[in-house]
Write a new protein. Structure first.
Length: 304
């Protein structure tokens, strides 16, 4: 039995369940917005995990679960939690804590355990691990000092800024308009990086399988190209064998059975790595290229 955790209507979740259905694999969806009517009864005795999950009249013994795909949002942001009474909030928190604990210790293949995703909560820390794995990382400054940020730009010419944490942010150039807002960083350190030009590459590692996408764009952040009047063209791409191996080793070294690795291929043939996303919105790439990423996830979840 495979368990999918998250919000059923979200595109990555929906693609995974569709792929499981096509392959005839048994699965159950734990819809986190339905926490009030989805009991979780889990007990840990030494190294033995016992209990069961219930969903839509189906009882799933924990011992039957061999694969878990999880893409959970912060429970505090759920519509059911906003404005809820204290009893509902306590139940919601307890339900998510129980689910998260089970995901962390459950045997089988998990995409991904919270302990493995933790490196993405600190981009500077993760960058050190990426560098140790043999990838180039752009020169980086994390600061709350506007003068140091300006000096960094003077030294490197074109510089981008982004969040330090796992919270998604739009990568933007530190142009004169943004530089005028630099006094605001005194309240919140920001990550600045030398802008590396080239072709964007997104590599999805699914267990030991590697699927890569090449992105041609005229914007700094291709994910939001349309918002700023630009374009982004995504096409399937076959990475060199050595690069594919390094990406698989990087994801495996971080303990990730599923990862989205962001690279750029420079004009002189060098690869730089920006980050490793442990909960990738792979559907963006699958929808644009028809690459069978969700099918690879389904196959990996069905394996041992």
């Amino acid at each position: 039995m495979i368990v999918v955790c998250g919000i059923a209507s979200e595109r990555p979740i929906a693609l995974v369940t569709d792929a499981l259905r096509r392959r005839g694999l048994p699965y159950a969806v734990l819809h986190q917005r339905h926490f009030t009517d989805t009991p979780i009864d889990i007990r840990v005795d030494g190294t033995d995990v016992r209990g069961h999950l219930r969903r839509d009249g189906l009882t799933v013994p924990c011992s039957d679960v061999t694969g878990i795909y999880t893409r959970l949002m912060d429970w505090r942001l759920l519509p059911e939690a906003r404005g809820a009474d204290q009893e509902t909030l306590r139940h919601c928190q307890a339900w998510h804590q129980a689910l998260g604990t089970w995901i962390e210790i459950a045997p089988g293949r998990v995409m991904n355990r919270a302990s493995a995703t933790a490196t993405n909560r600190s981009k500077p820390y993760q960058a050190q691990l990426i560098r140790r794995a043999g990838f180039r990382v752009p020169e980086t400054l994390v600061t709350d000092d506007p003068d140091r940020a300006l000096a960094f730009r003077d030294r490197h010419g074109r510089v981008v800024y982004k969040s330090i944490s796992s919270v998604r942010s739009i990568v933007r150039l530190l142009d004169d308009e943004a530089a005028a807002r630099l006094p605001r960083i005194r309240s919140c350190p920001v990550q600045f990086q030398r802008y590396v030009t080239g072709v964007n590459i997104r590599v999805h590692v699914v267990a030991d399988e590697v699927l890569a996408t090449r992105i041609e764009t005229d914007q700094v952040d291709y994910r939001y190209a349309g918002r700023y009047g630009g374009h982004a063209e995504l096409t399937p791409w076959t990475p060199p064998r050595e690069l594919a191996r390094r990406c698989a080793d990087l994801a495996g070294g971080l303990g990730l059975a599923l990862a989205g690795i962001d690279l750029v291929l420079t004009d002189d043939g060098e690869f730089y790595c920006f980050e490793v996303n442990p909960s990738p919105a792979y559907s963006f790439y699958e929808d644009h290229t028809a690459q069978p990423i969700s099918d690879a996830i389904a196959r990996a979840l069905a394996g041992r």
